[in-house]
Ligand binder design. Sequence first.
Ligand code: MN
Length: 129
Amino acid sequence: MTNILVVEDNFVNMELVVFLLESNGMEVTSAFDGWEALEILKDSCFDIILLDILLPGIDGMAVLKHIKENPALQHIPVVALTALAMQGDEQRLIGAGCIGYISKPIDISQFLTTVNFYLNKGINHANTQ
Ligand code: MN
């Protein structure tokens, strides 16, 4: 079973994402802020992390930095969940270690396809490192 960590502070977005992933047979763990995400990552393993960038407290970029600097976690593909739509953000996120991003509002018809694309891309990426 695919284990996914979703980090998202917006309750409505979280409910939607969890519903879509669980409907597709995935095991989902929710974190509503960055600190909670890092706590969960101390003793759980995930196939992929969906990470909101705008979070209260420690933001998504800081969470990403922690993940990518930790040898026990850095192999996990991280996909940014972002409402930021400014030009250059994609490169900034990928430069910081994200495998890609999903923009919000979430396109329900494309969401699972995109998550599966990044899951496969993450596996291939890990194999070639
Ligand atoms: Mn947010």
